[in-house]
Design a protein. Sequence first.
Length: 358
Amino acid sequence: MSNRPRKRISQSAIAKEAGCSQSLVSMVLNGRTQGISEETYRRIREIALKNGYSLPGMKADANGTSDGIKSVGYILRSPLKLANKSNFFSHVHQGLHETLVSERIKTVYLGSEDDLASNPEELASLVSDNIKAIAIMGEVAPHFLDELKALKRQLIYISARAPGTCHSILSNEGDSAQLLVDRLYELGHRNFAWIGGNYPSSVHDDRLAAFEKALDTHSLKLDPKFLIHTKRADRNEGYDAAHKICQSVASKDELPTAWLSLNALMARGAINYLFQSGYKVPSDVSIAAYDMTRVCEEERPGITSAGADPEAMGAEAARIILQFCERGNIPLMDLTLQSAIVERETTGPARTPAEAGA
């Protein structure tokens, strides 16, 4: 059998097979898209690749197919960047990538909201024709969401929602809060504190509202002095929030016995403060978090947490994209994933007044 490479067909032959002019074929093969219908553009490129052409932005394999026909871009909300990528969105990206790569679709980092929101022209230049969808990781400013919508790509909003604008993938915050509060109540806790970050944002507001609603099912309310908001949601903010809570009471006996945190990173920071200040977790304070990432279990003590699996959220975003690739335009979807609770070492029975005074 001969191993000689097959001879490429002429542009006129491609034009004949595609049912268009040779000049149109020439424009497509040179990377031009303006004024060419998407269907014609796709048909010409597929025929060219099948017959051995190497096209701009695409790499043909031995079978004449392309591993670059489709890509999915992703954008990180402010203030995240690759260097300080959210622990949560690392898991989301993993689920997104694993599901798409099985269908030979790549994920491409387009940038951070901070970098792109002030430069719509740069944003448009980054979104090439082979990027069929954009995953938005976290809540972005409304004007930036409008700029993304103007790109006319499928938008999948992860851990945020904009009804009527794009698809969304959410964790069931109500179920997460109820699971955690119910378990803490069973352990004897009646006094609670909130460690909230990323304020203001819909994620913060939704999680706090779900927490307060879950408390209300047990006829409990948050004392305003134990309701802490911080702008960001990392370990340092959790540490500072714990300091504020402890400084607001005259004695350990007045300290809430159960604290719920926006995420596990803030919970880690709060635990660090409590340990450094001589408190015991969970003997003095039980701490739980809205979270299902590796932060909950990669250090001791493990953090009791509830939420949807973030990798499953990424996988669901990928499935929406695959449906679009298969069917074309699809109805907007708002998906809320089921929550689960994992009990670890940071929660235990509520301390008694006698124990607090010991």
